[in-house]
Ligand binder design. Structure first.
Ligand code: DX5
Ligand code: ZN
Length: 224
C-alpha cells in the first residue's frame, strides 16, 4: 500500500486552506508539517499555532515532523493543536524511548526519523515500539533538494530490520520524492511518500499528486 503525504513547506501560505483542500480531494492520505527550530535544522518554520489552522482546514491526519531540539517540551502542544502523528529525530532527545512514550500518552502515533547520515542502529532498540519510521532522503532543512540515491539501499535495510524485530512500523520517506523515483522507493519498501515541491511547486498540485501516486503504483504496490 502506498500513500502520499504532501508537505506544506512548499505550499502557498497566502492560501494554505485552499491548497490543503486541493490535495485532500486529489487523494492525499496525510498532511505533512515540517517543524524546524533554527538549531537542529538550518531553517525556521512553523509551530503548533499553524497546526491549529491546518486542523481547521482538513479531516486528514496531520503528520508533524519535528526537527527541533528538546521535542519533549512541545509534544503536548502539537497534540492539542490537532497533530495525529508526531515524529522525532533520535539526536534531539536524550531518552528516545521516553519521548516515544510521551507521544503515545498525548494520543498520537509515534514516529522516529533518520537523517541520511544516521545509521539504522540508532533505532534498533525502539523500532518495535513505533508506528512509523521516517527515512530522510535529503538533509533536513529545505524543500526542493535532490534525492540521495543511497537512500534506496537504506530503505531495504530498514524493511529488513522492521521484519526482524516484528515491528508494526510503516515506512515513510521524505526528501526529493518525485514521479521519477516514486516507483523505486515504493519497491524498496516506502509506504508513505512525503512530497513538497513535486506537488505544491507544480502548476496543478492535484494533477501532480495523482501523477506521483500513479508513478508509485507502477511499482506494483497498490495505493490506499
Ligand atoms: C525537509 C522536509 C521535507 C520537505 C520535502 O527538511 O522534511 O518534508 O518538505 O520537500 P521536497 O519534497 O521538496 O524535497
Ligand atoms: Zn518532513
Amino acid at each position: 500500500m502506498v500513500e502520499i503525504a504532501p508537505s506544506i513547506l512548499s505550499a502557498d501560505f497566502t492560501r494554505l486552506g485552499e491548497q490543503i483542500a486541493t490535495v485532500e480531494s486529489a487523494g492525499a492520505a496525510y498532511i505533512h508539517v515540517d517543524v524546524m527550530d533554527g538549531h537542529f535544522t538550518p531553517n525556521l518554520t512553523v509551530g503548533p499555532f499553524i497546526v491549529e489552522w491546518v486542523r481547521k482546514a482538513t479531516k486528514l491526519p496531520i503528520d508533524a515532523h519535528l526537527m527541533i531540539e528538546n521535542p519533549d517540551y512541545f509534544i503536548g502542544a502539537f497534540a492539542r493543536s490537532g497533530a495525529n502523528m508526531i515524529s522525532v529525530h533520535p539526536e534531539t532527545t536524550y531518552h528516545l524511548d521516553r519521548t516515544i512514550n510521551y507521544i503515545r500518552q498525548a494520543g498520537c502515533q509515534a514516529g522516529v526519523v533518520l537523517n541520511p547520515a544516521t545509521p539504522l542502529a540508532m533505532i534498533e532498540e525502539v523500532v518495535a515500539n513505533v508506528d512509523y519510521v521516517l527515512l530522510m532522503s535529503v538533509n533536513p532543512g529545505f524543500g526542493g533538494q535532490k534525492f540521495i540515491p543511497s537512500s534506496l539501499d537504506k530503505l531495504r535495510r530498514l524493511r529488513d530490520l522492521i521484519r526482524l524485530k516484528s515491528s508494526p512500523a510503516r515506512i515513510e520517506i521524505d526528501g526529493g520524492i518525485a514521479p521519477d523515483n516514486a516507483a523505486e522507493v515504493a519497491l524498496a519498501g516506502a509506504e508513505i511518500l512525503v512530497a513538497g515541491s513535486a506537488i505544491f511547486g507544480a502548476k496543478d498540485p492535484a494533477e501532480a499528486l495523482k501523477k506521483l501516486l500513479r508513478a508509485a503504483e507502477s511499482s506494483g504496490r497498490v495505493s490506499a
